[in-house]
Write a protein that binds this ligand. Structure first.
Ligand code: ZN
Length: 491
């Protein structure tokens, strides 16, 4: 059995100013071709790592084509996407010329937007379908934050989305996809899918799958998956910072042969979720009220998830409201993790450890990120930005934040970095010599994934809405293409 694999993976913020170019794909989790894909992802907790385990378990040959992932950011220029897609399809055709293939396993995100193509993933799956023909099974894994569309559902045989946030089940979903495609190829099952969209906004802070309220939704998803005739259920929470017609949460049910069962199950689940929409939307607190609650609770460190500047969602990572607040309040043992400011990182390296100089910190990418913080910075430590994730999310993968520095300004510690990589765990801070367990106040530019490595610190966590591009005040995003009505903006 020969199964081709790969993917072009991106979560696109149409609100982020910086386009996502070929270079960003090279600089993201990287661009790998052929055998290099298998060398890179063997034993890692991502979907392709799971595909590889499945290949080993079932004894099929995995034919790696092209795998690339850029960190979330702005629109992908049309020509750059065509270059990547063209190479993928060419490699697929070559693999098919060598010997027929029996199936395709795609590792995609689900919220990719290309200049002129609102449904990037749908376009990609459809293009793969055109090459392999109607009979060859295509099974796709998607992130929890996909903005799913009827187009991609029509083009794939089966879709399997993540069940966790932080996304710690990627390899597991990859194994599930591998198990399913083997059953399809062996004609043990014939999947059919039903798709339902739900018109509401799902707050990031209400998506931590190990906690209420969303844990209840996933318990139902797992119960439904165990019913006879159901092969897989995807509950996707959507990605609101994409101005596309299909933005929003959705349900995909994969059933064996029985379209009516798929349809009625999808309706049941979508009704259950949508009727509880008030539970999934939370207005986040301000910095001041979160700090007040944290101090009252007395559980340190008090962690502020500065989710409006979540680089993991494509924000630029240089918003300054939290840093300025920490300085104004003269908070002791406070850390901002991190500030994307290549100019300052380079200046810190030029000045050297122990140097003090006048400068500005952050606020350079877009006025919406707040004004730069002015003052004297002290250089505490320097780093080339290379580190290895502690996990569980991305455990064992290496990350690169580029030229980096630990600085202090107004008494507040700031990790200054060059690249926009979401701070998922403590490994990067540690590589600069920062001990997060010694901090009383930690702000991270992340919404939920940081829980992978920070929840174990055992303090109190607040998802705040500070001034930055990815605000949770969804009305201010002024979407032009989304469906109407959507709760809570319209009744
Ligand atoms: Zn996600």
């Amino acid at each position: 059995m020969r199964i081709a694999t790969g993917g072009i993976s991106h979560e696109t913020s149409t609100y982020a100013k910086s386009p996502t170019t070929l270079r960003d794909f090279e600089n993201g989790l990287g661009q790998y071709r052929g055998q290099a894909i298998l060398d890179r992802f063997a034993g890692t907790n991502i979907c392709t790592g799971g595909f590889m385990e499945g290949a080993k378990k079932h004894g099929f040959e995995l034919i790696p084509l092209l795998w690339t992932f850029a960190y979330p950011s702005g629109l992908i220029p049309h020509a750059d996407y065509q270059t990547l897609k063209g190479e993928f399809l060419q490699r697929l055709e070559e693999a098919m010329r060598a010997e027929p293939i029996d199936g395709v396993l795609l590792d995609l995100h689900g919220a990719m937007v290309v200049e002129g193509i609102d449904d990037g993933d749908g376009d990609f799956v459809e293009s793969v379908r055109r090459v392999v023909g109607p009979e060859c099974p295509i099974v796709v894994t998607f992130d929890l934050h996909g903005n799913h569309t009827a187009r991609r559902v029509a083009a794939a045989d089966a879709i399997i989305g993540f069940d966790t946030y932080p996304h710690v089940d990627m390899a597991e979903r990859g194994r599930e996809a591998a198990d399913l495609i083997v059953r399809i190829v062996n004609r043990e099952v014939r999947p059919v899918m039903a798709f339902r969209q739900m018109p509401f906004f799902w707050s990031a802070s209400a998506q931590v799958t190990s906690h209420p309220p969303i844990d209840e939704a996933f318990r139902l998803v797992f119960e439904v998956e165990s019913r006879p005739g159901i092969l897989s259920v995807t509950l996707a929470t959507g990605f609101p910072w994409a101005d596309v017609p299909d933005m929003g949460p959705s349900i995909i049910v994969v059933a064996d042969k029985d379209q009516a069962l798929a349809e009625e199950t999808a309706t049941e689940l979508a009704d259950w979720v949508y009727s509880r929409r008030e539970r999934w939307y939370r207005q986040p607190p301000t910095i001041a009220s979160a700090l007040e609650s944290g101090v009252a609770a007395g559980k340190y460190p008090i962690m502020l998830a500065d989710m409006a500047d979540n680089t993991g969602g494509g924000a630029s990572g240089d918003s300054t409201e939290v840093l300025q607040t920490f300085i104004d309040r003269q908070l002791p043992d406070a850390l901002v993790l991190y500030m994307v400011d290549p100019e300052l990182a380079n200046a810190a390296h030029a000045h050297g450890v122990g140097a003090k100089f006048e400068t500005t910190v952050g606020g350079k990418s877009d006025p919406i990120q707040g004004p730069p913080v002015k003052g004297t910075v002290e250089v505490v430590a320097l780093s080339d930005g290379k580190f290895t994730y502690d996990g569980p999310m991305y455990a064992g993968l290496t990350g690169e934040l580029g030229t980096s520095a630990w600085i202090r300004i107004g008494g507040v510690n700031v990790a200054v970095v060059t690249r926009r990589v979401q701070p998922l765990d403590q490994a990067f801070a540690r590589s600069l010599g920062i001990d997060c367990s010694q901090m009383k106040y930690i702000a991270v530019k992340s919404a939920v994934h940081f829980r992978s490595g920070f929840e174990r610190l055992g303090g109190s966590i607040y998802n705040i809405d500070a001034r930055a591009v990815h605000t949770h005040n969804f009305a201010t995003l002024n979407h032009q293409k989304r469906r109407h009505p959507m709760y809570p903006l319209e009744k």
